[in-house]
Design a protein around this ligand. Structure first.
Ligand code: GDP
Length: 456
């Protein structure tokens, strides 16, 4: 466990009102005392924790900046170590100078995420809460923000803890019974355990069912707009984005490469990809676009299939329809402002969700928004009583736990001896432990924290 003193600029490296330089570790206060001077005041080491001090940062006798210094003594700080935060003027050069001064007096530049890593290693938060910190910083929509706050408050931790308690209780009971058969009766225990395992499996399955929805809402719905050239895909994207981001033209196949836009529809984020139009082509540039389009289709959560209602459907429309079979598709019959020619029989087979729109007038966009909400927010998202897993690492561990529990069920069914059960019960216990950061390998912790920003 590293105990040296680390320092970093915790605010963005850009001109702003204030900047914060953070110092944490056993020498934090002593280093701050060397660089901070405050007329007639006592040294920070003799001051009360959680006090703010006005003064100057000096180096080699010269003044670097006028500052406020915040003193947080261990264990009541973010890292649970002695921490000093220097509030300075938010100039990039000023912040750099103060950081250099602090480092020259004995601190080491922090790695990205190292403050939070220390908070985790010092037991201030578990791994799910540490991950929530980065999710909170990165959140771009209401769902991502709220779910990160809940995770930070420990709802995922509590849920995982409660599942693990049940598992360890059964394991302990079996082990006691095997050791002391005189006082424990194992008759009918298999049946009891089957009931408990079923209940835990149910809870995990429920978490897994909501996790895809959680991920989609957190990251945004990966959406692909498809349709043959000139049906109005770029126009639709423009309406959704609310600006003239995509270039709209009358020439077939002009949207050559793939455009990506983040759109916020009443709190739901769509990450929209507009394709070059999926069709056979000899044009190499277009081909790149088309291949990419197919690749994006594979990964899409939602496909918006645009057809031109003012023209008859063609073979191209059918080819596209074939390509998107099995995906979550909303068919948009565009150009509803013009006289309608298209025969809609075939498309109606493709999706039960068909909406007439006019990308030109914006008609039908509200109906589309409602439809997306309906498709992705079934039952709504309540934050009061429900734990929603939004992290793929947590999801994978839950799936492994489920597999182990299925093995327990199998052992019970096969009438195996009781001590057989404990092996798989303990496996489930351990993989769940990894979610909250118990017995987690150093590499994994390093990987998680390296995704953090500097100074966090
Ligand atoms: P894309 O090739 O599928 O991206 O199609 P564009 O968005 O470039 O649109 C092709 C043409 O159709 C342009 O001239 C648009 O102005 C026109 N267009 C798009 N949507 C509508 C609509 O709802 N009504 C009408 N009348 N024209 C539209």
């Amino acid at each position: 466990m590293e105990t040296d003193t680390i320092a970093a600029v915790a605010t963005a490296m850009a001109s702003s009102g204030i900047g914060i330089i953070r110092i944490s570790g056993q020498d934090a206060v002593q280093i701050a005392d060397q660089v901070f001077c405050s007329k007639g005041k006592k040294a920070l080491k003799d001051c009360e924790s959680h006090t703010i001090h006005y003064g100057w940062i000096t180096d080699h006798g010269g003044v670097v900046d006028e500052v406020l210094v915040m003193l947080m003594k261990a264990p009541n700080s973010y890292t649970r170590e002695d921490t000093v935060e220097i509030d300075c003027h938010g100039g990039v050069l000023v912040m750099q100078k103060i950081l250099e001064t602090v480092i020259r007096h004995g601190a080491r530049p922090a790695e990205p995420g190292e403050f939070t890593k220390r908070a985790f290693l010092n037991g201030r938060m578990d791994l799910t809460q540490a991950e929530a910190v980065i999710d909170l910083i990165n959140s771009k929509n209401d769902f991502a923000w709220k779910s990160a706050v809940h995770q930070l408050q420990g709802v995922v931790l509590e849920k995982i803890r409660s599942l693990r308690e049940k598992l360890i209780h059964e394991t302990a009971w079996i082990e006691s019974a095997v050791d002391d058969p005189e006082h424990y009766d194992l008759d009918g225990y298999g049946e009891h355990l089957a009931g408990v395992v079923k209940e835990i499996k149910g809870e995990i399955q429920h978490l897994l069912e909501r996790s895809d929805q959680g991920r989609v809402l957190k990251e945004g719905i990966h959406t692909v707009i498809v349709g043959k050239p000139n049906v109005g895909k770029s126009s639709l994207l423009n309406v959704l984005v609310g600006s003239q981001r995509a270039i709209v033209t009358d020439i077939a196949g002009t949207t050559r490469d793939v455009l990506e836009e983040q759109v916020n529809l009443n709190g739901i984020q769509l990450n929209i990809i507009d394709t070059a139009g999926i069709r056979d082509t000899d044009d190499l540039v277009e081909k790149i676009g088309v291949d990419k389009a197919k690749e994006y289709l594979e990964a899409a959560d939602l496909v918006l299939y645009v057809i031109d209602g003012s023209r008859s459907l063609s073979e191209e429309d059918e080819d596209i329809a074939e390509l998107i079979q099995g995906k979550k598709v909303i068919v948009l019959i565009n150009k509803s402002d013009l006289e309608q020619q298209a025969e809609l029989g075939q498309v109606e087979n493709l999706s039960e969700h068909v909406i007439a729109i006019s990308a030109k007038d914006g008609d039908g966009i509200e109906a589309l928004t409602d439809k997306i909400r309906e498709l992705f927010l079934q039952g709504g998202v309540s934050f009061n009583d429900e734990v929603i897993i939004t992290n793929i690492r947590h999801k994978n561990a839950l799936m492994l736990a489920l597999e182990s529990l299925e093995l327990v069920e199998q052992s019970i069914e096969d009438g195996m001896p009781e001590d057989f059960y404990t092996l798989d019960l303990m496996n489930a216990y351990e993989v769940l432990g990894k979610i909250i950061g118990e017995s987690v390998e150093d590499d994994l912790a390093d990987e998680i924290f390296s995704k953090f920003c500097m100074g966090k």
